[in-house]
Design a binder for this molecule. Structure first.
Ligand code: ZN
Length: 222
């Protein structure tokens, strides 16, 4: 295993969460998300958690400064000694620059960044096809993972519904917002030579092979 940060970048519906978990489990390193870190700090009542709690309760975004302090504290823990996988962080160039500073300070090299490039029509199909069981919360996809009986959960026969945030107009807005924010971040990592692009529209097995192929190249360079 190589001791470094792996960052997964990609729009919602790109399948990066699944791949990030696979990488974390293969290398036996933590899979980190800032959402989990926030919830953990709040539930443990840490200083950072107490600062974050009222902000989250107001439904506002926690400041970059607070998120970065949390990240710094988290990756300094012993379980991150052999590396770690970030999923959904950083989101902006400012966060990426701050993260580079933290990594340098902790003696960790430049991150390996895996970018999931997926065409918008593919994402739309994946996201608008989602149906959620009202009874158990299981997620289906009318295109890629249809239930045996139309509109009914395989496990309990519960009604399958489309959540409000899976409606096409909401998804289109989410993807556009993601695009605006991420283009500069992708350019930032590309200019540093640490970006590896994978075709997120390929089959899951092909994407996995591509991700591990990219990481072994980074490893050879480290
Ligand atoms: Zn169900």
């Amino acid at each position: 295993m190589f001791a470094r940060a792996v960052i997964f970048l990609g729009p919602p519906g790109a399948g990066k969460g699944t791949q990030a978990k696979l990488v974390a489990s293969r290398f036996n390193v933590p899979h980190l998300s800032t959402g989990d870190m926030l919830r953990d700090n709040v539930s443990r009542g840490t200083e950072l958690g107490l600062l974050a709690k009222p902000v989250m309760e107001r439904g506002e975004l926690v400041s970059d400064a607070l998120v970065l302090r949390m990240v710094e504290e988290r990756i300094a823990r012993p379980d991150c000694r052999n590396g770690f996988v970030f999923d959904g962080f950083p989101r902006t160039v400012a966060q990426a620059e701050a993260l580079d500073g933290i990594l340098a300070k902790q003696g960790i090299g430049a991150p390996a960044v895996i970018y999931f490039n997926v065409a918008e029509d593919v994402l739309m199909r994946r996201l608008t096809g989602r149906r959620t069981c009202k009874a158990c919360g299981e997620i289906y996809n009318i295109y890629d993972r249809p239930p045996k009986v139309d509109g009914r959960c395989d496990a309990d026969g519960g009604e399958l519904v489309q959540r409000a945030d899976d409606k096409p107009e909401v998804i289109r807005e989410r993807l556009a917002a993601y695009d605006r924010q991420t283009k500069t971040l992708v350019d930032y990592y590309r200019s540093q030579g640490v970006l590896h692009e994978v075709d997120g529209a390929a089959s899951m097995e092909a994407v996995t092979a591509s991700v591990f192929g990219a990481l072994s190249k980074f490893e050879a360079r480290a």
